[in-house]
Ligand binder design. Structure first.
Ligand SMILES: Cc1cc2nc3c(=O)[nH]c(=O)nc-3n(C[C@H](O)[C@H](O)[C@H](O)COP(=O)(O)OP(=O)(O)OC[C@H]3O[C@@H](n4cnc5c(N)ncnc54)[C@H](O)[C@@H]3O)c2cc1C
Length: 411
């Protein structure tokens, strides 16, 4: 039986796992890095299925992990994308209040943005008109984030994998049935071969809680998958916003609301979404694919309980966002930002993603920040929801710092 050893074994070759490998090389910590993924190709889950927005850091509570890593992570990823010659649309983002009572939230977002080191400006209705003539603000004010940009997530994942392979990182793809023995610091692959490691990073996104449980870690957390579907503006639609257009979010709910995003193509395609509807499986992207009936029933009962007890403003989420997968409701949400939008301007998009949102059974709340848990010779990254893609390089530094691995003796 073959046996190979590495200093660092990373489970999951999404943006978080690849960024950890990248930062280990950048910081010259070690070159002995293995990445295993259950899929034959990278980017098949959240990192290849997101909106591609490099967030500027306006939403997050100052002091939270998201706030700490979003601004610097976005800047670093943007620089890397430019250096690699990958597509980027530096189009900025405007946030408009969809109801007059939400205007006050713009001040809060501006304060949070400034505290987090992001650039923000207020726009009046004339300035908003010059940017997106069809957009409506219910209060004649809007918030402008000049540093928000849009990238093509799939191309970033492919390029990062290519760069890491060139620098000696070994990939073991298509490994679904591996088994780990935490006490022996070893993992057995599908073909029976053994990988021994100094430290293991669990970056398995939608499956990360299940893997953490195998290490006896994070038993209070369970993933509650929320599906995000998108529509898009037809190329023939006379309205084509040239910047991201977002509603004021309900900050008590971890989803930003349906928004308009121009893509990073030379002739941008504008997507509308994503929705946030409970999913019937962690990887149930369409139809009956990867349906998990047991999980779906358990989650439905949990969500009903959350609704009845209204923990974490759950009723507001249900009323505002749970049914936006229905086209007339999605159109109505989009018309709050662009009233002249018509149903014949829209067509369904192929894009669909599922968020790795965690529910905490102890507190009975949806978690809102990234979670990084220590385990035996291992670190477990849970709840890597938005903006983990944006923040990935800075988040990877923070994960490495918290893992204690940098201080350990590397053989
Ligand atoms: C609809 C949607 C829109 C979003 N929009 C944005 C945005 O605009 N900007 C932003 O910054 N963020 C956005 N996000 C969030 C962002 O996509 C995620 O935070 C980020 O991609 C998380 O990366 P990850 O590496 O943790 O997970 P993933 O990309 O899911 O990677 C996990 C990897 O682990 C592998 N894996 C799973 N289980 C196993 C196993 N048992 N063994 C081996 N491998 C395994 C998977 O195959 C996968 O390749 C969005 C997310 C969604 C769903």
């Amino acid at each position: 039986m073959s046996r190979q050893s590495c200093d660092v074994l990373i489970i999951g070759g999404g943006m978080v796992g690849l960024s950890i490998a990248h930062q280990l090389l950048e910081q010259d910590v070690t070159r002995s890095i293995f990445v295993i993924d259950k899929e034959p190709k990278l980017g098949l889950h959240s990192s290849g299925r997101n909106s591609g927005v490099l967030h500027a850091g306006l939403y997050y509570k100052p002091g939270s992990t998201k706030a700490k890593v979003c601004v610097s992570g976005a800047k670093r990823l943007r620089d890397w994308v430019s250096k690699q010659g990958l597509p980027i649309n530096p189009c900025g983002k405007v946030i408009v209040p969809q109801r007059p009572d939400l205007d006050v939230q713009l001040d809060l977002l501006a304060e949070r943005g400034k505290a987090n080191g992001a650039e923000v400006e207020f726009l009046d209705s004339q300035q908003l008109y010059e940017l997106i003539p069809e957009a409506k603000s219910s209060s004649d004010r809007a918030l402008w984030s000049p540093n928000t940009a849009v990238v093509k997530p799939g191309t970033i994942i492919s390029q990062l994998q290519f760069e890491l392979s060139k620098r000696g990182v070994q990939f073991f793809l298509g490994n679904k049935g591996w088994k780990v023995q935490p006490e022996q610091e070893q993992l057995q692959l599908n073909d029976g071969s053994l990988l021994t490691y100094g430290h293991l990073f669990n970056c398995a996104g939608l499956q990360a809680d299940r893997i953490a449980h195998q290490f006896g870690i994070g038993q209070e957390y369970k993933l509650l998958p929320f599906k995000g579907i998108y529509w898009q503006l037809k190329q023939s639609c006379p309205i084509q916003p040239r910047a991201n257009l977002y509603p004021v979010p309900d900050l008590s709910v971890p989803f930003l609301g349906v928004h308009f995003t121009p893509s990073a193509e030379p002739n941008p395609l504008v997507s509308i979404g994503p929705t946030a509807t409970p999913a019937w499986g962690r990887e149930n992207y369409s139809g009956l694919q990867a349906l998990e009936p047991g999980m779906a029933i358990a989650n439905l009962s949990l969500l009903t309980h959350q609704y009845l007890s209204n923990r974490g403003s759950f009723r507001r989420y249900v009323h505002q966002q749970a049914f936006l997968g229905l086209p007339p409701l999605l159109l109505r949400a989009a018309q709050q930002l662009i009233p002249s939008l018509q149903s014949n301007h829209l067509e369904p998009s192929q894009k669909v993603g599922i968020r790795s949102q965690l529910f905490n059974h102890k507190t009975q709340h949806l978690e809102d920040d990234f979670i990084c848990l220590p385990g035996p010779s291992s670190t477990h990254v849970l709840n890597a929801i938005s903006p983990a893609f944006t923040a990935s390089f800075a988040l990877a530094d923070l994960i490495l710092e918290r893992s204690g691995f940098l201080e350990s003796d590397i053989s």
